[in-house]
Design a binder for this molecule. Structure first.
Ligand code: DAH
Length: 347
């Protein structure tokens, strides 16, 4: 017992004389004397071996020793903080608080979002409102109401993802379902654009994907004509690609429009002289369009003798590829930060 008290005295001498060169040495001190497996804890453990009549005396000695060690630790810590903007953290490591802070990384807009927003803003200036609809859709809104007959190949399992537990539901194959939902509301005239994601059962490659994005447009009113449609799309193309771009309409077929057309623009990569993007034709197809089929209007409760309408459906990925000079649609969905962070500003 007396031996132990003598030893504590010796430790005091050792601690009093302890010199710390740097913050690491201060930390070593803390671990050695004040840590969970340190000397102070160890001596506290000795308490149980002390005879009852001396417990009080020994307890006092121990408390004093603990305080002494803690005070010394504080002194050492203070001395390693030089007062010139260097602080010592809890763990004893010094931090220069005058250094500039770490930059907080800010995210960037996805190129598809940038392209979508740009398209929306052009049509909004013409008075189109944005409408949205569900990605999980029923067969009627995606196909039947749009005059797609039962045997139409687009309804095939090969082309469409059906919900396995209830095949009456599917992942919409186009944003045309939103046309139907909006027309059903019965508020006319109707002038909307419908951006959204669509799904098709396609093999993923550089040119096609099992999901992509579209913007649908719809205008229903009295006396809406194909000339109005052409004028609207011409305005869009000039705003998007500049005044030099040429457009052409080719007759086409969609069950939900009559007449139907596809619209091409002169290739933005080669200027129309021919390259592998335009397959050496000088033209790139960007959308399908037409006058809303009277049956589609009637399916939504609209009097097709009184009202006419035009519509179009346009992909977002292809114009984005053209705009940024990219050649692989998969880049948009791989989430590679090196690719994504290049798109920081509006286009
Ligand atoms: N829904 C068509 C598609 O996904 C695109 C389309 C064509 C939409 C003509 C329309 C339209 O509204 O009038 O290929």
């Amino acid at each position: 017992m007396d031996e132990l008290i003598q030893q504590i005295e010796n430790y005091k001498g050792e601690i009093g004389a302890f010199q710390a060169e740097n913050a690491e040495a201060v930390e070593q001190f803390r671990i050695k004397y004040l840590g969970t497996k340190g000397l102070v804890k160890m001596l506290m453990g000795e308490m149980k071996n002390v005879p009852v009549e001396r417990k009080k005396e020994f307890g006092q000695i121990l408390n004093e020793f603990k305080q002494f060690t803690e005070t010394r630790y504080e002194e050492l810590r203070q001395s390693k903080s030089n007062g010139n903007g260097t602080a010592t953290s809890e763990s004893g490591t010094s931090i220069d608080i005058t250094l500039p802070g770490d930059e907080i990384p800010v995210g960037s807009h996805h190129p598809i979002s940038l392209m979508r927003d740009r398209m929306i803003s052009i049509f909004q200036r013409l008075g189109f409102a944005v409408a949205e609809g569900p990605e999980i859709e029923d067969d009627w809104h995606n196909f039947t109401a749009l005059n797609l007959p039962e045997h139409h190949p687009a309804r095939d399992m090969q082309d469409t993802f059906y919900i396995s537990t209830n095949p009456a539901w599917l992942l919409r194959t186009h944003t045309s379902n939103i046309q139907i939902r909006e027309m059903q509301k019965g508020k006319l005239p109707l002038r909307i654009i419908c951006p959204g994601r669509v799904y098709r059962n396609e093999t993923v490659s550089a040119r096609s994907h099992c999901f992509f994005h579209q913007i649908e447009g719809l205008y229903v009113d009295e006396n809406v004509s194909f000339a109005d449609l052409k004028q609207t799309l011409y305005f869009f193309v000039q705003e998007m690609y500049g005044n030099d771009v040429k457009i052409r309409f080719r007759p086409s077929y969609f069950p939900f429009t009559e007449p139907s057309a596809e619209m091409d623009i002169s290739c933005q990569l080669c200027g129309g002289s021919g390259c592998n993007v335009c397959k050496y034709t000088g033209w790139v197809e960007i959308l399908g369009c037409g006058m809303v089929h009277p049956k589609v209007l009637e399916n939504c409760g609209i009097d097709s003798n009184k009202y006419t309408g035009y519509a179009w459906g346009m992909g977002i990925e292809r114009p984005a590829l053209l705009k940024y000079g990219l050649n692989d649609i998969r880049l948009f969905s791989e989430n590679d930060q090196r690719f994504l962070k290049q798109f920081t500003s509006a286009i």
